[in-house]
Design a protein around this ligand. Sequence first.
Ligand SMILES: Nc1ncnc2c1ncn2[C@@H]1O[C@H](COP(=O)(O)OP(=O)(O)O)[C@@H](O)[C@H]1O
Ligand SMILES: [Mg+2]
Length: 292
Amino acid sequence: MNETIVDIQNLRFKYMSSKELVLKGIDLQVKRGEFIGIIGPSGAGKTTLVSCIKGLIPHTINGKIGGKIDVFNMDMKKHSPDQIAEKVGMVMQDPEGQIIGLTVQEDLAFGPENFQWPVEKILDIIPENLKRVRLDGLAETETYSLSGGQKQRLSIAGALMTEPELLILDEPTSELDPIGREEVFATIKRLKEEKDITVIVVEQTVEELIGICDRIVVMKGGLILADDHPKNIFKNKDIFWGENRGEVPIPQTVQLSYMLSDGGYIRDEQISPYEQEISQTIQMLVQGRCYT
Ligand SMILES: Nc1ncnc2c1ncn2[C@@H]1O[C@H](COP(=O)(O)OP(=O)(O)O)[C@@H](O)[C@H]1O
Ligand SMILES: [Mg+2]
């Protein structure tokens, strides 16, 4: 758990066509086995940051990059993403754009084929990867006929084919209803338990993150505003309830906590994202035992 696999220091990036820096000095270290959630308003630079970690920036997407970005001890400014491609699986924001194969099987074979894996080996691991995302038996199915949730889970299975050590998911549930979202998160959670891979997930539905993340990273305007355990991060009321109010997603439990804090009913230490904790606090308030 102590090995740092992503080491980012003062990372700055500007796209060819952008006027100003899109990443303005990011510091982020990720240790093996950690589960990191990234939240922040649209345009914060979340996709840009994960694209740097995958090495798409600056190699496939051009721009000016500065600072340090080492992934698996490789300087991504110099090394081509091919060198970490098998170790880093990425599911992009738009699943439609990522599905290439006509059938589920063809689609899953695409990545490993690029790495020149033998066909027998590829065919051999397809069923287990479909099972992991609960798409068992759909190998022959044509990809166009899958539902939104099935497509997002197929993208995850595709990213898992090469047994990556780091899995990056960029808004993997953006197009899903609550049930589809739950399915995807249940899949990620199970994977984490089975394989102990390192996960970085960008997600707007922060409720999904609080129960599974080791850390939540809050981004805005190309900077990291906060980086802490979900239990503690929301105690930083200024970040979520001040000028950024309504911009950075917060769980309803935290919203309730902030209202109680604004009213002087609870202390900031009592702010919590967990339903059980906040309901206990409310019970104590009702019984007049709080704030003594
Ligand atoms: N290919 C690109 N060329 C120029 N500007 C871009 C490009 N992609 C993103 N941007 C700009 O960079 C900023 C950060 O974008 P992005 O990383 O996609 O944010 P997020 O994922 O947090 O919504 C935005 O202002 C966006 O308009
Ligand atoms: Mg994005």
